[in-house]
Design a protein around this ligand. Structure first.
Ligand SMILES: Nc1ncnc2c1ncn2[C@@H]1O[C@H](COP(=O)(O)OP(=O)(O)OP(=O)(O)O)[C@@H](O)[C@H]1O
Ligand SMILES: [Mg+2]
Length: 153
């Protein structure tokens, strides 16, 4: 099953992320995949809003860090692994502590570490359709995420 959401503005993407963030629970994992500029970070800002992170607009992808943690209703672990060479490099991060921890993990470029992802997670494939149009395909793995996808789209 795959559902999709079409966004026509940055605000649409933020709202979509916010709705997703507001229904997430402890231990949830969101895998974001998609080309440069497809809106992964914008979507993460929305998720942060939905998780009650203060100053969610400041969520960005820092140049030297793989992971940034934010405090909200639940902790948000924002991974951006664009600069990683391979999954082996990612294994030097104590990632299991986050993936199976109390917060919500959101991973930009998650396809780079596909083999290290848990069995169940929500994948969102983003693509650029026009200057301001973005398509988000929502691909749930596992029952819990199927229910989330049904509520979302
Ligand atoms: N509907 C839209 N939704 C999201 N972003 C949009 C939209 N329309 C235009 N944009 C623009 O597209 C860009 C998305 O950037 P963003 O940093 O979120 O992409 P990204 O997928 O995280 O890229 P990167 O791979 O470099 O991290 C921004 O410049 C934003 O203003
Ligand atoms: Mg980004």
């Amino acid at each position: 099953m795959s559902k999709q959401f079409i966004s026509n503005t940055v605000e649409d993407t933020i709202r979509f992320g916010r709705r997703l963030g507001s229904i997430l629970k402890s231990g949830d994992l969101i895998a974001l995949c998609g080309e440069l500029g497809s809106g992964k970070t914008v979507l993460t800002k929305g998720i942060a809003r939905g998780l009650g992170v203060k100053h969610a607009e400041r969520v960005n992808s820092p140049s030297f860090l793989i992971l940034k943690e934010y405090r909200g209703r639940l902790p948000l672990y924002h991974f951006d692994i664009y600069r990683l060479n391979d999954a082996f490099e990612f294994m030097t991060v104590d990632y299991a502590r986050y993936f199976y921890g109390n917060g919500v993990s959101v991973i930009e470029w998650a396809d780079k570490i596909e083999k290290l992802l848990p069995d169940e997670f929500l994948k969102i494939d983003l693509s650029v359709k026009g200057e301001n149009e973005r398509r988000m395909r929502v691909l749930p793995y596992g029952h819990r995420y199927k229910r989330i996808a049904e509520r979302l789209c």
